[in-house]
Design a protein around this ligand. Structure first.
Ligand SMILES: CC(C)(COP(=O)(O)OP(=O)(O)OC[C@H]1O[C@@H](n2cnc3c(N)ncnc32)[C@H](O)[C@@H]1OP(=O)(O)O)[C@@H](O)C(=O)NCCC(=O)NCCS
Length: 165
């Protein structure tokens, strides 16, 4: 993993975060990817719109030239503004993606471990997410301590309880 670094997000990363949101949309193998217009759908838009509000946290994985190759972010929602994977207003909802040609090299694991550490340090006791049952990312989440807590439409809601250490 010497070829990649993880750093906190900077203001100029916002376009990359939107691209990662697009990449995080699960498309079954063999199916065409949707147009990027999908990012304007209210249920997708809410993962990043007005980014920078209280509680928003993001990390960027970069190559050694500081080119972004992946991202992870968490955001708090509430009963009036829920999203897929929402559990409660104190549980940040996690999203992540790595650019296709950089997948399968451990970047996702690094990003997720970094975010779990940050969430613990910030005093959160849980994290949640939503994942398609056929998405191989499910295995990554299980390896990092997420468990299935419910089904929402066709996707699993998963939650990790963060120990205090
Ligand atoms: C999910 C994702 C962020 C993981 O990032 P990554 O850098 O590929 O992850 P890693 O290389 O650290 O792999 C971690 C584990 O994820 C699982 N995994 C993730 N993607 C996989 C894939 N495409 N095929 C097989 N296993 C996969 C494996 O269990 C792997 O662990 P292992 O190699 O020890 O078996 C990345 O594959 C991705 O961007 N996928 C598309 C977007 C997406 O689905 N985001 C999540 C939406 S819920």
């Amino acid at each position: 993993m010497a070829d990649y670094k993880i750093r906190s997000e900077k203001e100029q990363d916002i376009d990359f975060l939107w691209e990662m949101l697009y990449q995080a949309i699960y498309v079954p193998e063999g199916e065409a990817r949707p147009s990027r217009e999908i990012l304007n759908q209210p249920n997708i838009l809410k993962y990043l719109c007005n980014w920078g509000r209280q509680g928003d946290i993001a990390y960027i994985a970069t190559d050694l030239s500081d080119n972004p190759v992946g991202a992870i972010w968490t955001r708090l929602f509430d009963e009036a503004n829920k999203t897929y994977g929402y559990i409660d207003k104190n549980t940040p909802v996690l999203s992540m993606a790595v650019l296709p040609k950089h997948r399968g090299q451990g970047i996702g694991t690094l990003l997720l471990n970094e975010m779990i550490r940050k969430a613990k340090d910030s005093g959160f006791i849980s994290l949640s997410l939503s994942v398609d049952p056929n998405n191989p990312a499910l295995r990554l989440y299980e390896k990092c301590g997420f468990v299935k807590v419910g089904i929402d439409g066709t996707s699993w809601d998963m939650m990790a309880t963060l120990d205090k250490k």
